[in-house]
Write a protein that binds this ligand. Sequence first.
Ligand code: SF4
Length: 133
Amino acid sequence: MGGSYVDAIFRRKECIYCGLCCQNTEMVLLKEDIERLTRLGFRKEDFTVFKDGYIRLKNIDGHCFFYDPKTGLCKVYKHRPLGCRIYPVIWVEGVGATVDDECPLSHTITHEELKLGIKLLKDFLSKLKREYA
Ligand code: SF4
């Protein structure tokens, strides 16, 4: 599953770059995410935190390390973690795969996009399971 495949579906034309999904992030990282971001020159200890059994994106001043509040953009957008690419399709304990209604565009997700998002999310979760077992 390559990033461009995911992006082809989930880089929403309508994204309004509200940055809401980058505030107080708890996004869990895969090994491939960490490797991709360290290859750009970022130090793992600067952008990650270990919390509740997972390596996650670190927050600085209440937003993701990579979020630029001046521009409202992700500084590593093309290289961003897989979980960020699949958003707003998320996994909620006790609910399962769902669309995060905090995203202002959550209601615009089509049935096809949701179906693919769920498939991608399942792949992501099985990778997580393998890596954090
Ligand atoms: S990596 Fe980028 S898209 Fe993901 S939470 Fe951080 S700023 Fe947002």
